[in-house]
Design a protein around this ligand. Sequence first.
Ligand code: CP
Length: 315
Amino acid sequence: MKSFFHVQDIGDLSKALEEAKQVKATPYAWQHLGKNKTIILVFFNSSLRTRLSSQKAALNLGLDPIVLNVNGDSWKLETRMGVVMDGDKSEHLREAIPVIGSYCDLIGVRSFAGLTDKEFDYNETILKQFIDYSGKPVISLESATVHPCQAFADLFTIEEYKTVKRPKVVMTWAPHPRALPQAVPNSFAEWMNAADVDFVIAQPEGYELDPQFVGNARVEYDQMKAMEGADFVYAKNWSAMNPYGQVINKDMSWTVGARQMAVTNNAYFLHCLPVRRNMIVTDEVIDSPRSLVIPEAANRVVSAQVVMKRMLEEM
Ligand code: CP
C-alpha cells in the first residue's frame, strides 16, 4: 500500500477486519516490523484522537513516531503553487515535503479542507503533494475530503457490536454552530457502501454530499423515517457543498435525542468525536449504555496499526 486514502487502498474488507481483530488481540506481535524505522506525523490542524492513536499504533509496531505541528513547531508552509511568497509563509511545501521524506520511512498527514476553494480541497492539493514529492508511503490522517483511519475504525466497531449479519446503519446530519469539512461523512459513506450493511444517509435539503461518496446509498430527507429500525446511528455535522463550506441550516430538531433513538432497533450511537453535546447529540443519548463513542475512539489505534503494519510489510 503506497498510500492510504480511499477504501480501495485497504483491499478485501473482510481480510482487513480479520487483521484488525488480530492486531487488537495481540498489539505487540509485530514489533520487529518497525525496528529502526520512523514515521513522521504532520499536523496542519488540531487533533486529539488522531495524534495520540497514530503515535500509539506506531509504538505498538516498534516504529519511532515524530510529530510535526506545522505553523506551530515549524516554519509556516506555503501550499499553493506559483505564488509570490511575500506573505507570512517562510517555506514552500515543495522543499519541505522531500526534506520530511528524507528523515523517515512513513508519513501521516492531517490537512483539513480550507472550505473556501472547493477545487483546491477536492483535488486534495496538499495530500497529493506529499504523495508526489515525499518518496514515502503516505497516510491520510484526515485530509481535505477523506478520513479513512476514522472510517476503518467505525466499520470495525460496527463489526464488533453488530448482532445481525447485515445491520441497518444510518448516518444523520446534525446541527453545529460552525462550518465543518465533509471528510468524515465522505469516508463513512464510502466505507459503508463497500461493507455488507443497509446504509442510509439522513440530511436536510441542501446538504447533499459529493456523488462519488454517496454512491448507491439511500438518501432520506425525513430523519425520523430514516431512523426506523436502525441498528447503528452515526451522527455528524458537515457543511454544504453549494454554497461550498457554508452553514445553511441549524435546525435543532435534527439533534439526535431520545425521540430519534426511540424508533430505532435499540440502536448503538456512534460519533467520531470531538462532539458538541446538546447540538449534535443530547447528554441522555451520548451518556447512555448504547453509546459506543469511547470504544470507537479506542479502535482508532487498531485501524492506524493495520495500515502502518501493511505498509511496513511491503518494505
Ligand atoms: N476523530 C478525530 O479525528 O479526532 P481528532 O480530530 O481529535 O483527531
